[in-house]
Design a protein around this ligand. Structure first.
Ligand SMILES: NC(=O)C1=CN([C@@H]2O[C@H](COP(=O)(O)OP(=O)(O)OC[C@H]3O[C@@H](n4cnc5c(N)ncnc54)[C@H](OP(=O)(O)O)[C@@H]3O)[C@@H](O)[C@H]2O)C=CC1
Ligand SMILES: CC(=O)N[C@@H](CCC(=O)OP(=O)(O)O)C(=O)O
Length: 356
């Protein structure tokens, strides 16, 4: 499929009633490749009495987008997906459900971009936090799954059957650190600190005591210290050992957006010019990463509701330490728009199509 780009693709979105699924619907309805071939939207309308419901009754903000007012949210059914000739599915569903459906989708010859963590981690010890069932079949599929970071793995994504879309925090820290870690200039023995803050939508639509308005509003709190589930993605994608990075997430009292502040020490003193060139060169061909010119650093208000990850840094006067800041919208570059970048690559279309 990737070798002969098609003009369009038959796609379906599972989990369209959720936060990430809603963003997928918005992007895909507005995507030029789907103007005459709109996506199929899957939900659990049984909670609405079993009948299909209209997409815009669920998400009134989508009304007026191409094909949106005629779109229905239908119950999940493999026969229906086959009848419709679906070629690629987005799974914006919980990890366990994604794990089951991605295997079934591949068996039905449907390629998958999975937004959950079901296939992100190769190392069983890092995956254990998700308590997913491992079998010989899932082990084989895990080997095949491609970590869906277009900036790092574009070539593999193009031909993949199963793409594991990265975690939101993980995307920001991995993109912020990759240029300096891959250049081998970081003193790993000194340890990297990644201090990240996220808006509340990162936790999904179901409120919990920790994300309830009364807890989150007017508040800022650290959580999952020494145990956040995204650390495995950092270890694997940055080839780090657990004692070489300390990642601490915080919950911000805003709806969406992530800002990660990353502290590194260098083995040799750097100059602002050399470091700027390193970041600029690394992301020269990355249409959805904006490298800021030091001393400018990214801010959440510059990325919210965009598909960009913004990256910037400042260097200490002695050139031995840098603070790197990476910023993105958790529902977009941290989830839905990154998933669409992956679909674009899988279909042989420009990575940023429909996103800028
Ligand atoms: N929120 C974020 O910033 C990010 C989320 N992700 C991942 O993306 C996926 C979706 O996240 P998000 O949109 O935030 O989550 P939400 O909780 O907002 O939405 C979850 C969606 O999954 C559906 N769903 C829940 N359980 C089942 C089930 N057993 N069978 C079928 N469908 C089910 C829900 O349907 P219903 O409405 O009927 O309950 C809903 O459509 C998750 O795997 C999450 O980890 C990844 C990166 C960032
Ligand atoms: C604010 C908040 O709660 N954020 C979520 C991360 C969301 C994400 O990226 O999701 P998955 O890795 O689960 O797909 C968390 O800390 O668990």
């Amino acid at each position: 499929m990737a070798s002969t780009p098609q003009n369009s693709l038959r796609v379906a979105v599972a989990g369209v009633t959720g936060y990430a699924g809603a963003e997928l619907a918005r992007i895909l309805l507005d995507h030029p490749r789907f103007a005459t071939n709109p996506p199929i939207f899957l939900g659990r309308p049984e909670s609405e009495g079993g009948a299909a419901i209209s997409l815009t009754s669920l998400h009134p903000n989508l009304s007026g987008l191409p094909n949106a007012d005629d779109a229905r949210v239908i119950p999940f059914d493999w026969n229906e997906l086959q009848r419709e000739g679906v070629e690629l599915m987005f799974l914006a569903t919980p990890h366990e459900q994604s794990r089951e459906w991605s295997q079934q989708a591949l068996a039905h010859n449907i390629r998958v971009v999975d937004l959950s963590a079901a296939w992100r981690l190769d190392t069983p010890a890092y995956r254990a936090i998700y308590k997913l069932e491992d079998t010989a079949a899932t082990d084989a599929l895990q080997q095949e799954a491609v970590y869906g970071s277009p900036e790092l793995h574009a070539a593999e994504i193009k031909t993949a059957r199963l793409v594991a879309n990265p975690g939101c925090y993980a995307t920001s820290v991995i993109l912020g650190l990759s240029p300096v870690v891959r250049a081998n200039i970081v003193d790993l023995s000194a340890g990297i600190i990644a201090d990240a803050k996220s808006g509340v939508s990162g936790a999904g639509k179901a409120p919990t005591p920790g994300t309830h308005f009364m807890y989150a509003a007017d508040n800022l709190s650290a959580y999952a210290i020494f145990g956040h589930r995204h650390t495995g993605e950092l270890y694997e994608q940055l080839s780090l050992q657990p004692d070489q990075i300390q990642f601490t997430p915080h919950l911000l009292p805003i709806p969406r957006g992530i800002l990660s502040t990353i502290y590194v020490r260098f083995t040799e003193p750097q100059t602002i010019m050399s470091l700027q060139a390193l970041f600029d060169d690394f992301y020269r061909d990355a249409p959805l990463v904006r490298v800021r010119k030091s001393p400018m650093t990214p801010q959440i208000q510059h990325v919210v509701r965009t598909s960009f990850c913004d990256i910037g840094f400042q260097l200490s006067p002695d050139g031995k330490r840098a603070v790197i800041i990476a910023c993105l919208d958790n529902l977009l570059k941290g989830a839905a728009s990154q998933a669409v970048e992956n679909m674009n690559l899988m279909a042989g279309w420009p990575q940023q199509e429909g996103l800028i």
